[in-house]
Design a protein around this ligand. Structure first.
Ligand code: KG4
Ligand code: ZN
Length: 334
């Protein structure tokens, strides 16, 4: 089954062609980062307009990249939530238009469920149960996956998301937007032991808190402005990664996970990737670390998840819209 995936929930306009939910034939991402950078964050109205301008071209590029045309598609999947309302509507409308014009099924996909499923695009023989550390600009979660659409949220952030903390600290250090990649790059040249930042909620359950850490960086900068920025970046990153990996380890023990997976934009972080790789080796668990392009927002994960949702639940009606605060399907909380 050849599925076209479309993703427009935030500031990435993306389209991809995936066969049978596993085989990525094309994966096109057009980032709007440059448009939003001077505002220091995503401006919803600018994002919607840019999606509108870009979406047709991105879809055409995804089809061309896969060497197919609209007539070859068997289904269309688009992110229907959560995300920015106006941004989501662009992808949903484009997806439904293709489905209507071609007379093929349409399915709306949950953005976070797609991040959880990205692991299968890297390796189709993922051993269950697995625990996913989902760390993006909007979410920080530990999720147990025991089967198809069997998710249990084990912990999540009580305030800022990990990516949000990266972005805010980067702004504080004058490193520009988006902050995650900037801090990641700079931290490679700094000393992670230069400043001992707090490890919020370490040893205290599976929930996270990052807003205090951001404040700690602010106080440090004010108190000792002469500490090199690279050292601050490395020390901040060490604190974030310590907490994320420690809680991933506890979650994995708790559910007897066979596999550790990371997903979401912050999963592109080099220190986190290395630390999760080490945790896998130390605990005899497989660490599945998808390439950065499958961790950050992309449409291959949307097409793959759409394929599974179609097989499981069938298509969605074409009068369905977008839901900015869509709850994750099939979720249980302990
Ligand atoms: O999943 P994503 O692409 O978009 C959503 O939020 O859904 O994640 C974006 C977030 C941003 O906060 C960005 O700063 C962060 O991921 N990020 C990183 C890195 N690359 C992106 N954070 C740390 N290190 C990176 N290399
Ligand atoms: Zn995302």
């Amino acid at each position: 089954m050849i599925v076209l995936g479309i993703e427009t929930s935030c500031d990435e306009t993306a389209a991809a062609v995936v066969v049978d939910g596993l085989d990525v034939r094309s994966n096109v991402v057009s980032s709007q980062v440059d448009l939003h950078a001077r505002f220091g964050g995503v401006v919803p109205e600018i994002a919607s307009r840019a999606h509108l301008e870009l979406v047709n071209g991105v879809i055409a590029e995804a089809l061309a990249g896969a060497g197919i045309g609209f007539a070859d598609l068997d289904a269309v999947a688009a992110t229907s939530g959560p995300g920015l309302a106006g941004a989501l509507l662009v992808g949903v409308s484009a997806g439904k238009a293709v489905a209507l014009a071609r007379g093929i099924p349409y399915v709306g996909v949950h953005h976070l469920e797609a991040h959880l499923q990205a692991a299968w695009l890297q390796d189709r023989a993922v051993e269950l149960p697995l625990v996913v550390l989902l760390v993006s600009g909007g979410h920080t979660m530990l999720v147990a996956v025991r089967g198809d659409a069997d998710y249990e949220v084990l912990g999540e952030t009580v305030d800022d998301a990990a990516g949000e903390a990266y972005d805010k600290v980067a702004r504080l250090l004058d490193l520009g937007y988006p902050g995650g990649p900037a801090i990641d790059r700079l931290a490679a040249t700094g000393d992670p032991r230069a400043v001992r930042f707090p490890r919020p909620m370490l040893g205290d359950g599976l929930d996270f808190s990052f807003s205090g850490l951001k404040t700690a960086v602010l106080h440090q900068v004010r108190r000792t402005p002469d500490v090199p920025v690279a050292d601050l970046a490395a020390s901040f990153q060490a604190a974030v990664v310590d907490v994320l990996v420690a809680k991933l380890a506890v979650a994995a023990d708790g559910i007897g996970a066979r596999t550790l997976v990371i997903g979401g934009g912050v999963a592109a972080n080099s220190a986190l990737r290395a630390a999760v790789g080490r945790l896998g080796t130390e605990t005899g668990r497989r660490a599945l670390i998808p390439p950065p392009v499958l961790c950050t927002d992309n449409a291959a994960m949307i097409a793959a998840t759409g394929y599974r949702r179609l097989r499981r639940d069938g298509p969605d009606r074409l009068d369905g819209g977008a839901t900015p605060s869509l709850p994750l399907p099939g979720v249980r909380r302990p």
